[in-house]
Write a protein that binds this ligand. Structure first.
Ligand code: APR
Length: 258
């Protein structure tokens, strides 16, 4: 295992380095790959994907919730605990640092709080948050810390807490398949990419719409679009440049040369 000091320096592609220095407004679109180097499994990477043991329809849908709310609540509560035991990675920290010296809007699909725990402001959590559960009947927000037992396993059933106001079941704060995105969160994300000079697309497979449509919107609005992902994705062809690196390697190198 070579020590970090023996690693060759990370070379930031020149077009990206120039674009990042010259941009007055930057939008960063992040997906699960942003948190992969914090140890949080992505959804679709075969080896470790969160879905490898579960069918998304069973866990991340209103039908799944109606069929087995204990299983769904236990899975999300388990995921929240994984996040709580994880730390922001160097990519999260780099974005927080960049925000201190430039106008950088972050719109994320991630329901974790690692951007915030790195000190970054998140403009929009378009798919909601693990840490903002609410009543499935009256919509009242529930304090996450009051939501009871922490399951030891991903498939451990845990009865969801009851709403103190109406007695309804408290549900996870994530947006499920078949549900519409929070209007204000979507509008903020779309507005950010329409007004950005540079849009970074970091760690997303680009398969879930409408978020996956943001790079095309950015491009049509005249932004330079750069993808940071180790592999090609469904949105790679929307990028002007594709940097085949990871979030925790590429972003610190990019911000360090600004
Ligand atoms: N750095 C950057 N990208 C990475 C890294 C890394 N260290 N590790 C993996 N990736 C990339 C993968 O190559 C893949 O393209 O991150 C992407 C993860 O893709 P998905 O697992 O599909 O996650 P995401 O695109 O965020 O999923 C979108 O799907 O299940 C729904 O609501 C859920 O928000 C989620 C949405």
């Amino acid at each position: 295992m070579t020590a970090p000091e023996d690693q060759p320096p990370v070379v930031v592609p020149t077009p990206l380095a120039i674009a990042a220095r010259e941009a007055s407004r930057i939008a960063v679109l992040t997906g699960a790959g942003m948190s992969a180097e914090s140890g949080i499994a992505t959804f679709r990477d075969a080896r470790t994907g969160l879905w490898k043991d579960f069918d998304p329809q069973d866990l991340a849908s209103p039908e799944g919730w109606s069929a087995d709310s204990d299983l769904v609540w236990g899975w999300y509560r388990w995921r929240a605990e994984l996040v709580r035991r994880s730390e922001p990675n160097a990519g999260h920290v780099a974005l927080a640092r960049w925000q201190k010296q430039a106008h950088v809007d972050i719109a994320t699909q991630n329901v974790d709080d690692l951007h915030e725990r790195a000190g970054a402001r998140v403009l929009s959590h378009v798919h909601g948050s693990l840490f903002e559960p609410y009543c499935s009947d009256c919509g009242t927000r529930a304090a996450f810390d009051d939501t009871g037992d922490v399951p030891a396993e991903a498939d451990q059933r845990v009865p969801p807490p009851e709403c103190p106001l109406c007695g309804g079941l408290i549900r996870p704060g994530a947006v499920w398949f078949g549900e519409s995105l929070p209007e204000d969160a979507w509008a903020a994300a779309e507005n950010a990419v329409r007004n950005a000079d540079l849009v970074l697309v970091v760690g997303t497979s680009g398969v879930v719409y409408p978020f996956a449509g943001l790079p095309a919107i950015a491009r049509s609005a005249g932004a330079t679009v750069v993808e940071i992902n180790p592999v090609d994705t469904e949105v790679s062809d929307m990028a002007d440049h594709r940097w085949r690196t990871t979030a925790a390697v590429g972003l610190p190198a990019l911000v360090a040369q600004l």
